[in-house]
Design a protein around this ligand. Structure first.
Ligand SMILES: Cc1cc2nc3c(=O)[nH]c(=O)nc-3n(C[C@H](O)[C@H](O)[C@H](O)COP(=O)(O)OP(=O)(O)OC[C@H]3O[C@@H](n4cnc5c(N)ncnc54)[C@H](O)[C@@H]3O)c2cc1C
Length: 463
């Protein structure tokens, strides 16, 4: 961490908002006008809309992340977690990857910590569930699913096999519907390489407490999405919750019980709970309360945007929707970050603040290879597209939206290669414990005396 005479702009979080805001500030800033410091526990920004495709192996996991140090050149990037903020002293406490926590003074503050999975105290959930918020989870899920096929292919125990081939997904929003669509597609495709596993041996279950899936694309496309998934053999249970999942025994509140080694939890998000220690005004659901200028209410040196902020949706309010707030999505996060960056520069120079207003442009979702839904909003018109065309729109939109040309080219290269070479179906589960085999080879042999005593003991036992 550098000490500096210049004012410090501290950006907490290097995700969508943090990355784009820092880039905007660096672009608009005069030479040496301020020090920009970005703190994030990861050294990369994750393009979350690609996580389901990373889990399905359509995109290399490395290509869905963007290295912060490379893309925010000119900023100081610290890998660690901001744990508390003292607003009176304008000092943040940073817990770095290793070593003691330290204090970091700042003059201007950007709160961009995003959201975390929203969970409930359901018995077994913490032990069995896997989320879909980070690339580590996407890689883990892919390895895990393919490992279940390996297990099912090699066992003679019918219960073990059935449990391995049953996959449960809770939450049917963007993240859940896309993940079940992509993973089901990949797993059934992979079945052709297995002697004892057939496509139809697998069971996929999608559960949601709401009465529809994919609310982001509207009721009509949501209904189509549900029927489409059901047409592929995925069981979809709406208005249904999960009561427990202890040891993989999943109990739903509609009476259904299944045994499964795989429980993917995508039942929504909540603002980062660390916000409670930042001394800032919070809304009823834990978001930082921000004005349309993205300034945190009651401050003139703190800005917040993205999934961790409640920002009035001026466009929706203008159209007559009372008390509308910007929904937590990339469309808003990206645009808010740019306005936020400009406002930080204006705030530093004593100029007036701009208000953020953006009318929803629609949404696209992929449900596996060549399948998708898209809703494009053009003024008062909503264009609804489904099937292969919507899938191309999904790919075109996100392929161009992923930050940096480097990543855009790599992602399009992954998709192009996948058209000619077959999808990769190898499970690298051992990657999670890479030192295990070496440890077995290198661990010290037992001392000779101990070995002798043991072998004497073994001899006695044998006789
Ligand atoms: C699977 C999935 C699919 C999605 N698909 C779509 C889609 O198709 N379209 C769409 O519009 N949106 C989509 N979204 C939503 C979109 O990705 C988010 O709205 C967007 O990432 C929000 O940006 P953000 O900057 O607020 O948060 P994030 O991008 O999550 O960034 C938050 C950052 O803060 C960091 N952080 C956390 N705690 C701390 C701390 N204590 N100190 C410092 N840093 C911290 C995190 O490591 C992270 O890098 C999807 C989300 C998911 C999970």
């Amino acid at each position: 961490m550098s000490t500096t005479e210049r004012p410090r702009i501290l950006v907490v979080g290097g995700g969508y908002v943090g990355l784009y805001a820092a880039r905007r500030i660096l672009k608009k800033m005069r030479y040496a006008e301020a020090t920009v410091t970005v703190v994030d526990p990861r050294s990369y920004m994750t393009y979350q809309p690609f996580l389901p495709e990373a889990a399905a192996g359509s995109i290399s996991p490395r290509h869905v992340v963007v290295p912060l140090r490379r893309v925010v050149r000119g900023a100081e990037v610290l890998t660690g977690r901001v744990t508390t903020i003292d607003q009176d002293r304008k000092v943040a406490t940073v817990a770095p990857l290793v070593g003691e926590a330290y204090e970091l003074p700042f003059d201007y503050l950007v709160i961009a910590m995003g959201a975390v999975s929203r969970t409930f105290p359901i018995p077994g959930l913490a032990e069995q569930g896997i989320g879909m918020k980070g690339v580590e989870e996407a890689i883990g899920l892919r390895n895990h699913v393919l490992e279940q096929l390996d297990k099912a292919d090699s066992t003679t125990d019918e219960d073990v096999r059935r449990k391995a081939l049953t996959f449960v997904f809770v939450g049917g929003g963007f993240a859940g519907a896309e993940t079940v669509g992509e993973v089901e597609d990949m797993a059934r495709d992979a079945a052709k390489y297995y002697t004892n596993v057939k496509r139809e041996d697998m069971r996929f279950v999608l559960v949601d407490v709401a009465d529809k899936i994919l609310p982001e694309v509207g009721p009509e496309l949501g209904k189509w999405g549900k029927e489409h998934l059901e047409g592929r053999g995925i069981e979809v249970y709406l208005k249904t919750g999960m009561d427990s999942c202890v040891d993989g025994h999943v109990v739903l509140n509609n009476g259904l019980e299944v045994d499964s080694n795989t429980l993917v939890w995508t039942a929504g998000v909540k603002p980062n709970p660390a916000l409670a220690r930042f001394g800032l005004p919070l809304g009823p659901r834990g978001h930082v309360d921000a004005a349309p200028t993205l300034q945190v209410t009651g401050t003139d040196y703190v800005w917040a945007a993205g999934d961790n902020a409640q920002v009035p949706d001026l466009a929706a309010r203008k159209a007559g929707v009372e008390n509308a707030w910007c929904p937590p999505n990339a469309q808003h996060a990206l645009r808010q970050a740019k306005v936020l960056g400009d406002n930080v520069i204006s705030g530093m120079r004593g100029f007036p603040q701009k208000e953020y207003s953006h009318a929803n442009k629609g949404a696209v979702a992929g449900l596996g290879l060549h399948k998708g839904v898209a809703m494009i909003v053009m003024g008062k018109m909503k264009i609804k597209v489904k099937g292969r065309l919507a899938w191309y729109m999904h790919r075109g939109y996100h392929g161009l939206a992923v930050p940096t040309w480097n990543r855009k080219i790599r992602v399009f290269a992954d998709w192009t290669l996948a058209m000619f070479l077959k999808r990769e179906v190898v499970s690298l589960g051992a990657m999670e414990t890479p030192r295990e085999e070496f440890y077995e080879a290198a661990k010290p042999a037992p001392a000779p005396a101990a070995a002798a005593v043991k072998s004497e003991g073994e001899k006695a036992k044998a006789s």
